[in-house]
Write a new protein. Structure first.
Length: 345
C-alpha cells in the first residue's frame, strides 16, 4: 500500500552522481526510481550497483525499482524526471528530445542536475507548461567501473526553481520544496531550497568555467596547477574575475572574497575536474554551458572577457578534434580547392 503513495521518478544519467541520487531517493522510501542506464546497463542488470559511500556505507547488489536502456512512458505519469547526464548541446540528441517520451504535459517536474547557465531555456521551449527545477550538486561521486560507485564527499544538493513566466512562482516554489522533501527523506543527504537560482549557478561557475576548463586544456589537476603558480596567476585567477564581473553585470553579484576562496578550494587533493577527465578519455565536454554561455552573457552586457574568449576558442577546437576522431567530421586527405569547403563548426 505504501508504494502507491510514492513519487514516480525517472532518473536519466546513472553514473556516479546519478547512482547516488537514485539510491538516496529510494532509501527515503518515498520514491520509486526508474533509472536509465547506457554503458553500465549490463553490469547493473547482472550484479546491481556496488556503492562505497561515506554516508550510506558499503552497499552491494542494489538495484533501483526499475532499470531500462530506453526512455518511454511509465504506464502512470512520472512525477519527476531528474537529469544528471553531462550537458552537451552541440552534440545531439538534445536533453529535451531525449526525455520527451516520458514528460506528461503540465504534470511532470523536470529537475536539471547539470552544470552551467541558461540550461533551462531549451526545456522551457520544449515543455512550456512543465515546471523546471535547478539542482546544483556538491557531491563527489565517481563510477570507478561499470556499476561500481565511490562517494568521497557529502551529498549536498541545492534546489531552486527556474522561473518560467507561464507558471506562477508559487507553484514553482511548491514543486521545489516537494523535491527537497523527497530527497531529504533518507536523513543522509543535505538538500535545501535556495530561491536565487542565478547566484547559486554563477557562484559554481567561478570554479567550473575556470579550473574545470583550464585543467582540461592543460591536462593537469588543480593541485599541480597551483604548485606551478603561473597557470593560476596567468589563467585561473583572471578567468575567475571575469566570471565575477559578468555575474555582477547580469544582476548576480558575488562576494568579493569568492575568487580567492575558489582558487584554494581543492588544496592538495590533486583533483582532476570532470572536463579534464573527459578530455583525457577523448570524450566530449560541457564547454558550451560552462564557458560559452557566460561568454555570450559577457557580450550581451558589454563586459570584457579576454581570458574566457581564448579558453572558449581552445575548448571549441578540442571538441572539433573529438568529433573528427569519432568520424563525425570528414577531414580531407588532400588540400581542397577552396578552404570554404571545410566544415565551419
Amino acid at each position: 500500500m505504501a508504494n502507491q503513495t510514492r513519487s514516480e521518478v525517472l532518473l536519466v544519467g546513472c553514473g556516479g552522481v546519478g547512482a547516488l541520487c537514485a539510491y538516496n531517493l529510494e532509501v527515503g522510501t518515498q520514491a520509486n526510481v526508474t533509472a536509465v542506464l547506457r554503458s553500465n546497463y549490463d553490469a547493473v542488470d547482472k550484479n546491481g550497483f556496488s556503492i562505497s559511500s561515506i554516508e550510506h556505507g558499503e552497499v552491494t547488489g542494489w538495484r533501483p525499482s526499475k532499470i531500462t536502456r530506453t526512455i518511454s512512458g511509465n504506464g502512470k505519469p512520472f512525477d519527476f524526471i531528474v537529469v544528471t547526464t553531462k550537458n552537451i548541446p552541440d552534440q545531439p540528441p538534445a536533453i529535451a528530445e531525449v526525455i520527451s517520451p516520458a514528460v506528461t504535459h503540465g504534470h511532470t517536474i523536470i529537475v536539471l542536475l547539470q552544470n552551467g547557465i541558461n540550461i533551462e531555456r531549451p526545456l522551457f521551449k520544449a515543455f512550456p507548461d512543465n515546471i523546471v527545477l535547478s539542482g546544483v550538486s556538491m557531491i563527489s561521486a565517481t563510477e570507478t567501473e561499470p556499476g561500481k560507485v565511490r562517494q568521497d564527499d557529502p551529498d549536498i544538493l541545492i534546489i531552486s526553481p527556474f522561473h518560467n513566466p507561464r507558471i506562477s512562482m508559487e507553484r514553482e516554489s511548491a514543486a521545489a520544496q516537494s523535491f527537497v522533501d523527497l530527497y531529504s527523506a533518507s536523513g543522509k543527504a543535505s538538500c535545501k531550497l535556495e530561491p536565487d537560482v542565478g547566484t547559486i549557478r554563477w557562484r559554481k561557475l567561478i570554479y567550473n568555467a575556470c579550473y574545470n576548463s583550464i585543467c582540461a586544456i592543460l591536462d593537469m589537476d588543480t593541485t599541480t596547477i597551483r604548485y606551478a603558480k603561473h597557470p593560476v596567476n596567468d589563467l585561473v585567477r583572471p578567468a575567475m574575475w571575469e566570471i565575477w564581473h559578468i555575474a555582477k553585470a547580469t544582476g548576480h553579484p558575488l562576494p568579493a572574497d569568492i575568487v580567492e576562496e575558489m582558487v584554494d578550494i581543492d588544496t592538495w587533493s590533486f583533483f582532476k575536474p570532470s572536463m579534464a577527465q573527459d578530455t583525457s578519455k577523448g570524450n566530449f565536454t560541457e564547454y558550451e554551458n560552462i564557458v560559452g554561455e557566460p561568454l555570450r552573457e559577457a557580450q550581451r552586457v558589454n563586459v570584457p572577457a579576454p581570458t574566457l574568449t581564448v579558453i572558449y576558442g581552445i575548448l571549441k577546437a578540442l571538441q572539433w578534434k573529438v568529433r573528427a576522431q569519432n568520424g563525425l567530421i570528414k577531414v580531407p586527405l588532400e588540400r581542397p580547392q577552396s578552404l570554404s569547403l571545410l566544415e565551419d563548426s
